[in-house]
Design a binder for this molecule. Structure first.
Ligand code: UPG
Length: 463
């Protein structure tokens, strides 16, 4: 406690806020932290980014090296990890757990930061082990929730309501409308212990001790959960919840030119991608290929068969059958590697997005005004699909179930793709959402105000 206080006092001449950020694991968690860091430096906040010493995916290590060379003013700091393994679990959750079990090593890192820190911003998956560390240093801790505000209502209340079920297969989160129980992430309903369930319960509970909760969303898009959270209806004694998104994609993420897309008519291409860590079965991919051909739309399809990109080594011919490659070659592109999704969504030729509804994908689609065909696969994704379909950012074929629960037929997929690509009313609604998203982070917008207020609080702490 003493160490951090003493440093703060000796650094009184520095009136800029200085914030350290600690993401957890996977591009779905790293990307929003990088975007937030860029937004903070644009407001003259000093930023230190603390990352785990090794990353699970190649995409993360490449993004980090590109990020630090683009923004040399951001200080890089590394957290060494104590070894942890649990072979039957998801590699990304294992990494969360390794970081959580290494949280005590954060203390000397925070104390060694030479200019005084105003706050630490912690990923929600690390909250329960990092909050005690910052409390002992008397350092404010803000938790960044990287999914929807809707999902946060479940995350924050589940430890208190686990075991209680509504009627007729409904599930009720206090302060919210009852939802079908099939939208709750399955590991939360299982009797079996899992990292997902234990971590979510512990983190949700610990977030009551945070100084604030920040969410990558905007008021106009998720008013209902945001109001319920701040009114204490979801759970009492919650710190202030501030919507500070959608985070603007940043320049360093753009790389390649998109020659093929440049030659396609406006709104004619459907982009198909299930994010950075979702594997789709071979059987389902076959139906997806069939659906794409039947839809007669142009397409860019990212095929992924493994969770972790380092294992995604198969050549395309092995993943997609020869006949599809022949028939589809004039219609589109199939890739089995990292693409620049944000850049693709920003292209005028792209008129629809078949998405698993990872929250970054949803906010990127909102930012660029691209209608979504929601096909949630796991975790928070049905909650996110619910939000986007309710707000008119896309349509959700809710009867397709979770990923792997059934094999959705090509005929059905093609129908839904056509519905999204050809629906002019939907397109007009989505354009409006894009305007609202951009207005939220522009000068005077609700999220912009939220960030400015936070920075003021952090600056006052320094003086
Ligand atoms: N991305 C690319 N190129 C690719 C694949 C992904 O640029 O080839 C980017 C994409 O633009 C996005 C990020 O990687 O910025 C992926 O994030 P997201 O769309 O949120 O999906 P996941 O990677 O699946 O994210 C995890 C969870 C998801 C959750 C999210 C935020 O799987 O369910 O909402 O984290 O908590």
């Amino acid at each position: 406690r003493l160490t951090l206080r003493k440093m703060a006092n000796s650094d009184n001449h520095n009136h800029n806020a200085h914030v350290a950020l600690i993401p957890s694991s996977g591009m779905g968690h790293l990307t929003p932290f990088l975007r937030l860091a860029v937004s903070l430096i644009s407001h003259n906040v000093r930023v230190t980014l603390i990352t785990a010493q090794t990353t699970v995916s190649l995409a993360e290590s490449q993004a980090l090296s590109c990020f630090f060379s683009t923004y040399p003013q951001i200080t890089a700091s590394q957290l060494p990890l104590v070894p942890y393994d649990s072979p039957s679990e998801d590699p990304f959750y294992i990494q969360y757990e390794a970081i959580r079990r290494s949280s005590h090593l954060l203390s000397p890192i925070l104390c060694s930061i030479t200019s005084s820190l105003s706050a630490l911003i912690t990923d929600m998956s690390l909250a329960s082990t990092i909050i005690p560390v910052t409390q002992s240093l008397n350092l404010p801790n803000y938790v960044l929730f990287t999914s929807s505000a809707q999902m946060s209502t479940l995350f924050l209340s589940f430890h208190a309501i686990a075991g209680s079920r509504g009627e007729n297969d409904l599930f009720t989160i206090p302060g919210m409308q009852p939802l079908p129980i099939s939208w709750i992430p399955p590991p939360l309903l299982s009797e079996k212990d899992s990292l997902f369930r234990t971590q979510l319960m512990e983190n949700g509970k610990a977030m009551l001790q945070a100084d604030g909760i920040l969410i990558n969303t905007f008021e106009n898009f998720e008013q209902e959960p945001l109001v319920a959270l701040n009114a204490g209806e979801v759970i009492t004694r919650l710190p202030p919840v501030t919507a500070i998104g959608p985070f603007e994609p940043c320049g360093f993420e753009r790389s390649r030119s998109l020659t093929w897309l440049d030659g396609q008519p406006m709104n004619s291409v459907v982009f198909v991608s299930f994010g950075s860590r979702t594997a789709i079965s071979r059987e389902q991919n076959k139906e997806l290929a069939d659906g794409l051909l039947r839809s007669e739309c142009r397409f860019i399809w990212v095929v992924k068969e493994k969770k972790v990109d380092r294992e995604d080594g198969k050549v395309l011919d092995e993943l997609v059958d020869e006949e599809f490659m022949k028939k589809g070659k004039d219609k589109g592109l199939v890739v089995n590697q990292w693409v620049n999704q944000e850049q693709i969504l920003s292209h005028p030729a792209v008129g629809g997005f078949v998405s698993h509804c990872g929250w970054n994908s949803v906010t990127e689609a909102a930012w660029h005004g691209v209608p979504i065909l929601a096909w949630p696969q796991h975790g928070d994704q049905k909650m996110n699909a619910y939000v986007l379909s309710k707000r008119g950012l896309g349509i959700w074929a809710a009867n397709w179930g979770w990923g792997g629960e059934m094999v959705v037929k090509g005929t059905e997929i093609s129908e839904k793709i056509r519905e999204v690509m050809g629906n002019e009313m939907l397109r007009a609604q989505v354009i409006k959402i894009r305007e609202n998203a951009r207005a939220a982070v522009a000068n005077g917008g609700s999220s912009h105000k939220g960030v400015i207020e936070l920075i003021q609080i952090w600056k006052n702490k320094n003086i």
